[in-house]
Design a protein around this ligand. Structure first.
Ligand code: C5P
Length: 431
């Protein structure tokens, strides 16, 4: 199902060779029923002519802030007011620098500055330009202004080098758009528990709440091999983590989902990293750091606490002695605690989960100490017996001073409310 039908996009094109991919992007967006107004920088017209985009989009292309075709001479206002969002693809290093500085020295930067709609940018540049501290400072600044980055991807570049900086493919950008333009209403399947509280929270739309923020989520179990045929794991379907990832995308965040072995489809509009062991999961999270205090880490994964010190090359035989009782176990890194105890300026808003067996009272008593041990801002408790493998969850949120219960509901509905709670906490923290 396409969410793009009858929606309108303002597509900005800046000076980079990846502009050729944007021709295809315009065609595919139209296949989805979306109308596209193209605005180009002067440099972009050196790579692909305005005539090409005019023919593809069926609309005049604007490049000039002084364009006499706009009756009131205010293209920088009018063009973005009618759009559902602005996507700049490709976004060059120079364009990002000008945008980060708040410059309005051509039509596209002026439009972006005067916008009231979401702004998504798809960077495209040589890997050294992308990694340059000046570009990275601009990226951080843009995110802090609520701009959401899609990509860049990794791979071979037009310049012949290999690395980060490739513009995402048209199909990937369309996935991001589909997710960003989702209407994100959640169907409330189980309203019998406290219907009023849930219904009113779910009516609050997520769109825009996490614009320009990065969210890293771990989900599912880990699997620790003992030998080529055996291993230990935890019970976890990954459904809660995936639901949270989807809700974070709907709220406008740039989401990385680090997933253990699960059989769940990848939600649209995010980067998924598949891992097997706790060490792999820890490495994947480490490589997404540092995150700033504006960003969010949510550890939902059921990480195996121990792994065999050594993985046997061959299958351990039952009848040859030295069986499983000889396996020596070592402790895995605590991913959540590592993130939660980072220095303040490199520490994201940190959220953990505590799945416990036993009684609700036992769970409540444990939330405080576990929250401190993990360095989490918010700890979410659930009773394992209530939730494992099911589509429903009953959650208890503890932020160090208040406890809030989210009555039994679908995991999609709970994820929606958790993202609202996280956005609210960030807003309060930032004043
Ligand atoms: O200590 P416990 O396993 O109960 O803590 C659960 C929380 O800690 C979850 O958020 C889980 O994702 C996280 N965790 C982790 N790394 C571990 C163990 C747990 O990130 N090695």
């Amino acid at each position: 199902m396409t969410r793009l039908r009858n929606r309108h996009l303002l597509l900005g094109i800046t000076g980079g060779i990846a502009a050729y991919k944007s021709c295809e992007l315009v065609r595919r967006l139209q296949d989805h029923g979306m109308s596209v107004q193209v605005v180009m920088t002067e440099a972009a017209t050196r790579f692909v002519s305005a005539m090409t985009f005019q023919a593809l989009s069926g609309r005049p292309v604007y490049t000039d802030a002084w364009d006499p075709r706009v009756a009131n001479h205010m293209p920088h206002i009018d063009l973005s007011r009618e759009a559902d969002g602005i996507l700049v693809a490709p976004a060059s290093a120079d364009f990002m620098a000008r945008l980060a500085q708040g410059q309005a020295n051509d039509l596209l930067t002026t439009l972006c500055l005067a916008r009231e709609v979401p702004l998504w940018i798809a960077p495209a540049m040589n890997r050294q330009m992308w990694q340059h501290p000046a570009t990275q400072e601009n990226v951080a600044r843009l995110r802090s202004h609520g701009v959401t980055l899609w990509g860049p991807g990794q791979g071979s570049q037009a310049c012949g080098e290999i690395g980060d900086g490739r513009m995402l493919e048209p199909a990937e950008l369309i996935d991001h758009l589909q997710a960003a333009l989702a209407d994100n209403t959640v169907v409330l399947n189980y309203p019998e528990h406290d219907p009023e509280a849930s219904v009113s929270a779910l009516r609050v739309p997520l769109r825009g709440l996490l614009d320009g923020r990065r969210v890293v989520i771990t989900a599912g179990p880990t699997f620790e091999p003992i030998d080529p045929v055996r291993g230990i794991t935890n019970r976890s379907s990954g459904k809660m983590g995936f639901a949270l990832a989807e809700a974070a995308v709907a709220a406008g965040a740039e989401v990385t989902l680090v997933a253990g072995p699960v059989s769940l489809a990848t939600p649209q509009g995010l980067r998924r990293v598949d891992v097997t062991t706790a060490q792999d999961m820890s490495d994947a999270v480490q490589s997404s750091l540092p995150l700033s205090p504006r960003d969010v880490f949510i550890g939902v994964a059921a990480v195996a606490d121990w792994r065999p010190a050594q993985v046997h090359d061959g299958k351990i035989k039952k009848d040859q002695g030295g069986g499983l009782d000889t396996v020596r176990w070592v402790e895995n890194p605590d991913i959540l605690a590592t993130v939660g105890h980072r220095p303040a300026d490199q520490r994201p808003f940190t959220v953990g989960f505590a799945a416990e067996t036993g009684t609700e009272e036992g769970l409540l008593n444990l939330l405080g100490p576990k929250r401190s041990r993990k360095g989490a801002d918010l700890l979410i408790g659930n009773l394992a017996t209530d939730t494992f493998g099911k589509d429903l969850a009953r959650l208890v949120l503890f932020d160090g001073s208040h406890t809030q219960v989210l009555p039994t509901n679908t995991k999609a509905a709970q994820a929606h409310q958790l993202i609202l709670a996280i956005a609210d906490a960030l807003r309060k923290e930032e004043g």
